[in-house]
Design a protein around this ligand. Sequence first.
Ligand SMILES: Nc1ncnc2c1ncn2[C@@H]1O[C@H](COP(=O)(O)OP(=O)(O)OP(=O)(O)O)[C@@H](O)[C@H]1O
Length: 263
Amino acid sequence: MSYLKIDHVDKRFQRGAATTEVLKDINLVIDKGEYVSVIGHSGCGKSTLLNIIAGLTPVSAGAVLLEGKEVNSPGPERAVVFQNHSLLPWLTVYDNVALAVNKVFGGQKSKAERHDWIMHNLDLVQMAHARDKRPAEISGGMKQRVGIARGLAMEPKILLLDEPFGALDALTRAHLQDSIMQIHAALGNTMIMITHDVDEAVLLSDRIVMMTNGPSARIGEVLDVRLERPRKRLDLVADRSYIAAREAVLKFLYERHRFVEAA
Ligand SMILES: Nc1ncnc2c1ncn2[C@@H]1O[C@H](COP(=O)(O)OP(=O)(O)OP(=O)(O)O)[C@@H](O)[C@H]1O
């Protein structure tokens, strides 16, 4: 049985009498522990696909199956990390993570166990020192770290990352990419990440799913990234497989499926 199966998924949005077909016949199987990136031009339907996997958006046809069970509502086994962190501004870093932990584990773990689990996840993203700060008191990168801790703390089967580093400067972004690689190596969790950044996709992924332009976007190609782990960005700069993977994605995006802005 596949771990995650996206099976002949179509998505159409209805606005009044007009129907837009955003996704057409999306098929993808993802193994447990895989890191899969989804890349494609703006508006092709990447977030729509992620939201379907999250159970936030219903499919128009087809199905998403996680361990054979159909996904049709949001659940803690599919946690989402959004681009803009989505932390509650009136709660501290600790309480933002606690909210999710209490919701998921309130009936299973004691108060002390939940506390340890919250601190463990804040430690994983190197944010334990800021546990009493509110979101407005910490940087964008730190907010994303807390968002990732909150997602991980739900112990999801799949962590869905919607451009998690998109709003960050290049250096902060690089630090967070390194952190997420370490977390993935340590926990072996399944991750699906949307990105616009070709280097980020190659650095982090086991496979890169490349989507054609919408409307009716499809999966155009899936690239296997055969780079050994752990990966170090500086070592990869001159690595032939890295350069080849990067070139394959760039060619897909800028030669075969060039983005043409609507007039
Ligand atoms: N709730 C909705 N109702 C109607 N149309 C929608 C809805 N959500 C998304 N769309 C449309 O679906 C298309 C795909 O949007 P989506 O946000 O999934 O693309 P994307 O690839 O994630 O874009 P970006 O890279 O710019 O974030 C767009 O044309 C968008 O306008």
